[in-house]
Design a protein around this ligand. Structure first.
Ligand SMILES: [Zn+2]
Length: 188
């Protein structure tokens, strides 16, 4: 693929709004190969960079960064609840002598720290709209399109409706709706 094509694909996949960026982030849970991963990560790390200034991580770094996201999301969604995903950021400053015999100070940030900052920023922006899907058996976080959405997808909403209908027909009592609502609240 040509340079611009990679770039525009990545821009499209990651998106511009905080909601889009959060959706992209959540989609990294499985940590699949993703043929455009380095580009998408570069766009996520530096949303304002145009294609000439974009810094691509190496394939190895990209893989490590994706693993970081995927591990974090899996920790959040693990069966043993109340597990937290901790984003530890180390602050490093580089002091150096310039050729004019003065001292320069600049912050140094690793790719990993940069990614952690972006994750934090994205999640904080949309956290009130990130929910865990209410369908029993589905362990998926999603970004609500509107405040009433409780299932991650139409498929899950449909499956849940069918399940409830079957249970009603058998005379089984459905589990209380409040439980559903509790489950949908995820703290990040
Ligand atoms: Zn679902």
């Amino acid at each position: 693929m040509a340079y611009e094509t990679h770039f525009s694909h990545a821009k499209k996949r990651v998106g511009e709004t905080p909601e889009d960026r959060a959706r992209w982030l959540l989609s990294q849970r499985e940590g699949g190969p993703g043929d455009n991963l380095t580009w998408e990560l570069a766009v996520f790390l530096d949303p304002k960079a145009d294609e000439t200034r974009l810094q691509l991580p190496s394939a190895v770094d990209a893989r490590d960064l994706q693993q970081l996201v995927s591990r974090g999301l899996r920790t959040l969604l693990s069966e043993r609840r109340r597990k937290t995903w901790q984003l530890r950021i180390t602050e490093t400053y580089e002091l150096s002598l310039s050729s004019h015999n003065t001292i320069g100070v600049k912050p140094s940030s690793s790719l990993e720290d940069k990614l952690k900052r972006r994750i934090h920023e994205t999640v904080v922006q949309v956290k009130d709209r990130i929910r865990l899907c209410c369908r029993r058996g589905c362990v998926k976080l999603f970004v609500q399109e509107d405040g009433r959405q409780v299932y991650c997808s139409r498929q899950c909403a449909g499956k849940e409706r069918t399940q409830r209908f079957r249970e009603k027909k058998k005379g089984k009592q459905s589990y209380p709706h409040r439980l559903v609502l509790t489950r949908s609240k995820v703290r990040l």
